[in-house]
Design a protein around this ligand. Structure first.
Ligand code: MEV
Length: 477
């Protein structure tokens, strides 16, 4: 009975009644939402979509910053801002990369990621650290267009017009050129075998320390304008050929030539710190785990997801575009015709090597880098790196993460570490007091963590407390 009573206070099922679902269905569309003030937007959202609009408003306001200027800065990053969305930001110290020691900032919600990165960093710190190098830094953009006519006419036009395409972008490229970047090349690509009448201007760029999206897109839109305008005046073209149809001009987030390598290696016998795990066995298992992710896409996706745990967290902390990075990395993982592991491993002459080549288009200037105080903080923590240096740091974080995941998976299993780190989330979900938290943490030092076990142990703790209270009262009486 006591068990049931305590359990009822812990588990609160949330089921919408029919009348509540009906009221949600009766919401009218809103027009001019973006023009409403912040509090009008909040009023509209909370009164229309929430059972308890007062609590819903309070939840949003809890996350507003007291510093009005700082709050305004965040409000203006996007449209229709109603509050700030917090993620924890931690740091993984002891990353020795090319002989330099870094503490790497990581913004992520997954409980075991920072701990795993730190553990792997420490492990490799004692074995020479990470060796990294930038292989290439080329970015890509394309003007996609339709041309109806003779391809040889188009090729002649392109050869004549190419210098004009570049000279017309002078005002856009001027400051980028001063910094050592600019347009590298433009090519005309015939894609008509894949899609009727489809051609591209395929351009490559060097954007130095900027991620370069605005720069590239501005150049591409100028190419498109010049191309269309000059085509109208090209004598060799028929009337139909003169009418080049620009479909779109946009950078590509697939950057296989913006590549960085991160690597670790050590003697096989140095590969274990745990006496219960034999170094040679562990090395073999690591190799097998990588090979499995090379041939089996179901495993490869999860394997690479683990790498992205490390990569995205640093990309986010340093104000870079994690969606662009994700899209480009996964395309790269499928570049050989099937999706496979990004990391590779080998044992040669008694040396275990583990490495990864990964495309990372990053910026350390522009975008959020000089606006968001935490991005500035993160970049300063990293010693205000150039984009090339940041590519190497982030690649090392990704490699470390994969090493940590494979090490757990092939030895203890992932859940041991994962659930220990997840314990606090589970405890918080049940609304445990500080005293209860301490008791739970102590108990789960020697017991397997699961949601139901945490719940059961919390119930036992509360029962014991009630019993103690009852005994005390009885004794007093
Ligand atoms: C969990 O976020 C990531 C892992 O699943 C990665 C892996 O399986 O390699 C542990």
């Amino acid at each position: 009975m006591l068990f049931a009573m305590v359990a009822a206070t812990i588990i609160l099922p949330r089921v919408l009644s029919l009348s509540q679902t009906n009221s949600l269905l009766m919401i009218e569309p809103v027009s001019g939402f973006s023009k409403l003030s912040k509090s009008e937007k909040i009023n509209w959202l909370t009164t229309n979509y929430f059972k308890d609009s007062k609590t819903a408003k309070h939840t949003l306001k809890q996350y507003w910053n007291d510093d009005i200027k700082l709050q305004q800065l965040h409000d203006e990053f996007i449209e229709n801002t109603v509050t700030n969305y917090y993620l924890p930001m931690g740091a993984a110290p002891n990353f020795l990369i090319n002989g330099k020691l870094y503490a790497i900032p990581m913004a992520i919600e997954e409980s075991s990621v920072v701990a795993a990165a730190s553990k792997a960093a420490k492990f490799w710190l004692e074995r020479g650290g990470f060796k990294t190098k930038v292989i290439s830094t080329e970015k890509i953009g394309q003007v996609h267009f339709m041309f109806h006519g003779n391809v040889n006419h188009l090729k002649s036009f392109y050869e004549i017009i190419k210098p004009k395409l570049i000279s017309d972008t002078k005002s856009i490229t001027k400051s980028m050129e001063k910094r050592g970047g600019g347009i590298l090349n433009i090519e005309l690509v015939d894609k008509t075998e894949e899609l009727e009448n489809y051609y591209q201007l395929h351009a490559t760029f060097e954007t130095v320390d900027a991620m370069g999206a605005n720069f590239i897109n501005s150049c591409l839109e100028q190419f498109a304008q010049t191309f269309k305008r000059e085509a109208r005046a090209f004598a060799m073209f028929s009337e139909k050929e003169k009418d080049i149809e620009i479909v779109m001009s946009i950078l590509s987030n697939y950057v296989p030539n913006c590549l960085v390598r991160a690597e670790v290696s050590c003697k096989v016998e140095q590969l274990t710190e745990n006496k219960n795990v034999l170094a040679k066995e562990f090395a073999t298992k690591m190799l097998q785990a990588v090979k499995i992710a090379e041939v089996e896409p179901y495993r490869a996706v999860t394997h690479n997801k683990g790498i992205m745990n490390g990569i995205d967290a640093v990309v986010l902390a340093t104000g870079n575009d994690f969606r662009a990075i994700e899209a480009g990395v996964h395309a790269y993982a499928a570049k050989d015709g099937h999706y496979k592991s990004l990391t590779q491993a080998k044992i040669e002459n008694g040396i275990f090597s583990f490495w990864m080549d990964i495309p990372l288009a990053l910026g350390t200037v522009g975008g959020l880098t000089s606006l968001h105080p935490l991005v500035k903080w993160s970049l300063e923590l990293l010693g205000n790196p150039s984009a090339k240096e940041l590519m190497q740091i982030i690649a090392a974080a990704g490699l470390a993460q994969n090493f940590a995941a494979l090490r757990s998976l092939t030895t203890t299993g992932i859940q041991e570490g994962h659930m220990k780190m997840h314990l606090m989330n589970i405890i918080n979900q049940f609304g445990a007091t500080r005293e209860e938290k301490d008791k739970l943490i102590f108990y789960f030092k020697s017991h397997t963590v699961s949601v139901s076990e945490v719940e059961a142990e919390l119930i036992r703790i509360r029962e014991r407390k009630l019993q103690e209270k009852a005994t005390k009262n009885k004794n007093r009486a």
